[in-house]
Design a protein around this ligand. Structure first.
Ligand SMILES: Nc1ncnc2c1ncn2[C@@H]1O[C@H](COP(=O)(O)OP(=O)(O)O)[C@@H](O)[C@H]1O
Ligand SMILES: [Mg+2]
Length: 332
């Protein structure tokens, strides 16, 4: 794969993409790697916030030290304080031993505070102090612990809105928002799609020891029209699934999940006794299928003002197939 300058240092946290937004992000990441300023990464779920955080850490002079992620939204709030700051033995019922928190574990390295918008109010105060003084006490402790930690926070929510609604401390927001990095959703940077597809096909084909898949033009068109609510993570999962399931190497719209293609099978015509052949009994399946095919074709032609190529595309068949069928069904 040729190097288009994505990411840097060739580590495995490269940020792939050719859009202006992504170029700006990896330039910014490279710049902020050299300092220890606090970074706030904003973006929808799956846009690559953790990837950007790791990219910054592993390109910084802290790379040999720990990168410690904490998902503030996934840890129950009663446990989050002890998770972050640790506790002394006997600090509370159940605190049978001393526990070192994530801030201490991240000493000399980077702490990644994911979903920072979910942090409970009491912890927001404690975090503010850590940012200002780089010191705290373990729960139940009196000794002040000093740490040298780089803080990278991430959120998929609009923090300014949370501030306006009084759910997030304004002073904390400004302390975190020193270097803001905003990652746009995938649907707003479709130029990144081809490179990302290549990247994930390469990555997972190698892992599964199988040949690479390629995407037909129509399949790429569908990728381009889809909203990708799960962003790059959803793209990666889709490609991984195709690599597992597909036996041949060409991906067509029919291989894609229905939520992407919007393809549907219309209601079947009612099956009634009128269709029964009175001489043999039962239903004449061939005649029924032919009738159904004929109605679908007429419907598609009507929808597209009789333009055969468009009707064929709508039906997901070739134009020549459509013409053959029309001849067979004696359609105008
Ligand atoms: N620009 C990108 N280049 C390469 N991989 C990416 C990119 N953006 C996201 N990914 C991959 O997509 C997945 C989800 O990214 P992640 O950083 O966990 O998203 P978020 O933290 O925003 O939910 C990860 O496997 C990540 O490596
Ligand atoms: Mg994440």
């Amino acid at each position: 794969m040729e190097n288009l300058g994505e990411g840097f240092n060739g580590n495995n946290h490269s940020i792939i993409g050719t859009s202006q937004a992504i170029k700006r992000i990896y330039e910014l990441s490279a710049k902020v790697s050299h300092c220890s300023s606090t970074v706030l990464i904003m973006g929808e779920s799956g846009t690559g916030k953790e990837l950007v955080a790791k990219n910054i850490h592993y390109n910084s002079n802290r790379a040999e030290k720990p990168f410690v992620p904490v998902n503030c939204g996934a840890i129950p709030s009663e446990l989050l304080e002890s998770e972050l700051f640790g506790h002394e033995k006997g600090a509370f019922t159940g605190a049978v031993a001393l526990r070192i928190g994530r801030f201490e574990l991240a000493d000399s390295g980077t702490i990644f505070l994911d979903e920072i918008g979910e942090m409970p109010a009491i912890l927001q105060v404690k975090l503010l102090r850590v940012i200002q003084e780089r010191s705290f006490e373990r729960i139940g402790g009196t000794k002040t612990v000093n740490v040298d930690v780089r803080i990278i926070a991430a959120t998929n929510r609009n923090l300014e809105e949370a501030v306006a609604e009084g759910r997030f401390r304004e002073d904390l927001f400004y302390r975190l928002n020193v270097i803001p990095i905003e990652i746009p959703p995938l649907r707003e940077r479709l130029e990144d799609m081809p490179r990302l597809c290549d990247f994930f096909v390469e990555k997972h084909a190698k892992r599964f020891g199988r040949s690479r898949i390629v995407f037909s033009e129509d399949a790429m068109k569908i990728f381009g029209n889809y909203a990708w609510p799960g962003n790059v993570r959803e793209l990666e999962n889709t490609i991984e699934r195709l690599l597992v399931l597909k036996e041949n190497d060409i991906v067509t719209p029919f291989d894609l999940p229905e939520r992407m293609t919007g393809r549907r099978i219309p209601e079947l015509p009612e099956i009634g006794d009128d269709d029964a052949n009175p001489f043999i009994g039962g239903i004449d399946m061939n005649a029924a299928l032919e009738e159904y095919e004929r109605r679908l074709i007429l419907h598609a032609l009507e929808m597209h003002n009789g333009v055969k190529s468009q009707a064929a595309r709508y039906l997901n068949i070739n134009r020549t197939t459509l013409i053959e069928k029309m001849k067979r069904l004696i359609l105008p």
